[in-house]
Design a protein around this ligand. Structure first.
Ligand code: NAP
Length: 227
């Protein structure tokens, strides 16, 4: 059977961790950043053996499912037309403690992924791989067969695209936890107890339910969650 191809834009901590487990899971992984492919060859060969470094343009042209593993402040450097018709897995976070405050992303009239979807209006944006740290993602490759799978939450507005991404999450060694529409992705962002979670699906669901029930959740997040 032909290998399924997945593209990863961003060859930093998260991008390389995903490329590594993707390649180990039998996917054809194409990875790119702003650097020329030749400069990525060495780090990719060490940290994500089996993944193929390409230029961003080549990678985008060669796959229909692309993970954005770049800083949130950079997605508008990509021309939406280049990603038309593709599924975008939005792994980006508005993480002000690391990236600095941003007026647009500080307002909660739309979540970061809803803004990404509005920008890439002819693509299908699915939010996933946001809440778990790259080192925990990477650790899946050392799980034994008896290790209980950890969950990755996934949110999106197009059920078929969510289903495809859930399948990838499963193939990568995690349990997908579908949490509803893209707007529910607010539950995965910094400030939520789910951010940083490396938990089983039932525990992750419990964290979500508890937070939605809490005063803090009510005040900030729960109002954005479409139950
Ligand atoms: N680190 C984590 O544990 C983690 C977990 C979940 C989600 N995330 C999210 O994932 C994203 C990446 O985080 P990270 O920690 O992996 O960051 P990082 O280590 O700083 O890597 C960022 C990567 O993005 C690339 N990049 C930046 N602008 C680009 C552009 N316009 N086009 C193509 N590539 C571009 C950089 O490439 P150059 O070197 O060529 O500039 C670099 O390879 C962030 O949004 C973060 O919130 C991170």
């Amino acid at each position: 059977m032909a290998k399924q191809t997945i593209g990863i834009l961003g060859a930093g901590k998260l991008g390389l961790a995903l490329a590594n487990i993707g390649a180990q899971s039998g996917y054809e992984v194409l990875i790119a950043s702003r650097k020329p492919a030749e400069q990525l060859a060495l780090p990719v060969s060490i940290l994500a053996p089996g993944a193929k470094p390409l230029s961003a343009e080549e990678m985008i042209a060669e796959t229909d499912i692309i993970v954005l593993a770049i800083p949130l402040s950079k997605y508008q450097e990509l021309p939406p037309i280049a990603l038309k018709g593709k599924i975008i897995i939005d792994a980006m976070n508005y993480w002000w403690e690391v990236d600095g405050k941003d007026k647009v992303f500080s307002t909660i009239d739309a979540t970061s992924s809803e803004r990404v979807q509005a920008y890439f209006s002819d693509s299908q944006v699915v939010k996933a791989f946001n809440h778990m740290g790259y080192h925990d993602i990477q650790a899946v490759s050392s799980y034994s067969i008896d290790t209980e799978r950890k969950a990755i939450a996934v949110a999106g507005d197009q059920p078929e695209a969510v289903e495809k991404v859930a399948r990838i999450i499963e193939d990568f060694g995690f349990t997908p936890l579908v949490i509803g529409p893209l707007a529910n992705g607010i539950m995965l962002e910094p400030g939520s107890p789910l951010f940083g979670a490396n938990e089983t699906a039932s525990k992750l669901q419990q964290l979500m339910d508890d937070f939605a029930d809490s005063d803090k959740g009510h005040d900030f997040f729960a109002q954005r969650v479409n139950q």
